[in-house]
Design a protein around this ligand. Structure first.
Ligand SMILES: Nc1ncnc2c1ncn2[C@@H]1O[C@H](COP(=O)(O)OP(=O)(O)OP(=O)(O)O)[C@@H](O)[C@H]1O
Ligand SMILES: [Mg+2]
Length: 345
C-alpha cells in the first residue's frame, strides 16, 4: 500500500515537474521573443508591442467591426490585456490602391524612429491569417489605437488646422475644384500659427512636410485631454508631392516680427526636420519602401506586382528624392530665419 502510494506520489511529482518545466519553457520562449524583438528594434525603430502581437496571432480578438468611408475598412481589436488596436484594409482590390498601405506604414515607421506622436503601424502580409482581417488574401495594417477624439469633434482643439494642403493636377479634387490658391498651399502662415498652440504639433507638421503628407485634416489628428497629447494617424497620402518646396516659399516671406510662441514652434519644426534628414537618407527610405512592399505582397514575383505598381514605386522614389533636396534647402532657410529672431527671456 505504502509502495503504491509512494509510486503515485512519485508519478504526481513527475507530472507537476513536467508541467512546471513546460510553463517555464513557455515563459522563456516569450521572454526570448520579446528580447529578440527589442534587440532588432534597436537597429530599426523603437520596440513595439505590435511586433509581439503580430507574432502571437491568437492574442487579439475582434472588438467591433466598423466600416469607415469609401476607401478602407477599419476593425477595432483588443488583446488579452485589454489594449486596443486597429486593423485597416483597403476595399478596392486594385494593387495600386492596396499599395497605399505601404505609404501609411512607411510614414508611420519614420515617425516611430523619432518617437513622433503618430500611431505605430505594422504590415500584416497577405499570407498571414489574422483575426479581424476581412480580406484574408490581401495585406492589412495593424495600428496602435489613437486615444482621445478626432479634432473635428468637441474638444479644446476642435477645428485646429495644421493641414499642408495640396492638389495634384489631374487628381479628383483638382478636376472638381481646380488648383489651390498659392496662399492656401502647404505650410501656410496659418498652419505655422496653429502649430504653436501645442508642443506636439510642430513635430507632426515637420513629419508631414518631410514625407509629403497633405492629409492631416482633423479626422486624421486625435487629441487626448487626459494625457494632453496629440496623435496623428493615416499617412497613406504621402510621398507623392514636394511639400518642403512650398514651405521654402512661405519661410522666404515670413515677417521677422514673430511671437515667441511661433519662434519656439519654428525651432522645434526645424530641429525635427534636421533629425529626419540626418536619420533618413534617400537610400534608407528607398530600402524601407522596397522591404515593406515585399512584405506586403508586392515583390517582383508576387501576384500583386504589376506595371502600375512598378510605376508607382518609381514615382514615389522620384518624389522622395525631390522632397529630400527641398528639405535640405528648407533647413538652411530656417537656420537663417531663426538666427535673425530670438525668443524674449
Ligand atoms: N489608430 C487608430 N486609432 C483610432 N481610430 C482610428 C485609427 N485608425 C483609424 N481610425 C478611425 O478610422 C477612421 C478612418 O481611418 P483612416 O483615416 O486611417 O483611413 P482613411 O483612408 O482616411 O479612410 P476613409 O477613406 O474612410 O476616410 C479614422 O478617421 C478614425 O476614426
Ligand atoms: Mg483618414
Amino acid at each position: 500500500m505504502s509502495k503504491l502510494s509512494n509510486s503515485k506520489q512519485v508519478k504526481e511529482g513527475f507530472l507537476v515537474l513536467n508541467y512546471s518545466v513546460i510553463q517555464i519553457i513557455i515563459v522563456m520562449k516569450k521572454i526570448f521573443l520579446i528580447l529578440l524583438l527589442n534587440i532588432t528594434n534597436i537597429f530599426c525603430a523603437g520596440s513595439s508591442v505590435l511586433d509581439v502581437i503580430l507574432h502571437e496571432l491568437n492574442q487579439v480578438y475582434v472588438l467591433e467591426k466598423q466600416a469607415h468611408g469609401d476607401d478602407c475598412v477599419v476593425i477595432f481589436v483588443k488583446d488579452q490585456a485589454g489594449n486596443k488596436y486597429v486593423i485597416k484594409q483597403i476595399r478596392n482590390p486594385d494593387p495600386s490602391q492596396q499599395f497605399l498601405l505601404i505609404l501609411d506604414v512607411l510614414g508611420a515607421y519614420i515617425a516611430e524612429c523619432l518617437d513622433l506622436p503618430i500611431n505605430r503601424v505594422r504590415i500584416i502580409s497577405p499570407k498571414q491569417h489574422y483575426c479581424g482581417k476581412i480580406y484574408h488574401d490581401r495585406p492589412a495594417v495593424l495600428c496602435t489605437y489613437a486615444f482621445g477624439i478626432t479634432t473635428n469633434e468637441k474638444c479644446m482643439y476642435k477645428g485646429i488646422d495644421i493641414q499642408q494642403r495640396f492638389r495634384r493636377p489631374g487628381s479628383k479634387m483638382w478636376n472638381t475644384w481646380g488648383s489651390l490658391p498659392e496662399e492656401k498651399k502647404g505650410l501656410t502662415k496659418n498652419v505655422i500659427c496653429m502649430m504653436s498652440l501645442h508642443k506636439n504639433l510642430p513635430r507632426i507638421v515637420a513629419l508631414d512636410t518631410f514625407i509629403g503628407n497633405s492629409d492631416r485634416g482633423c479626422p486624421n489628428l486625435f487629441y487626448d485631454s487626459f494625457s494632453d497629447s496629440f496623435c496623428g494617424i493615416d499617412m497613406a497620402g504621402s510621398f507623392n508631392k514636394d511639400l518642403a518646396k512650398i514651405a521654402c516659399t512661405t519661410v522666404d516671406f515670413l515677417d521677422i516680427d514673430l511671437s515667441d510662441e511661433v519662434i519656439q514652434a519654428l525651432q522645434s519644426y526645424y530641429e525635427t526636420l534636421k533629425t529626419l534628414i540626418n536619420s533618413f537618407p534617400r537610400s534608407r527610405i528607398y530600402a524601407l519602401l522596397d522591404d515593406f512592399a515585399q512584405h506586403a505582397g508586392f515583390g517582383k514575383d508576387a501576384q500583386m506586382f504589376c506595371q502600375e505598381v512598378a510605376h508607382r514605386i518609381d514615382f514615389h522614389k522620384r518624389m522622395i528624392a525631390k522632397s529630400l533636396e527641398s528639405t535640405k534647402i528648407l533647413i538652411q532657410k530656417l537656420e537663417v530665419l531663426l538666427s535673425n529672431v530670438s525668443v524674449a527671456d
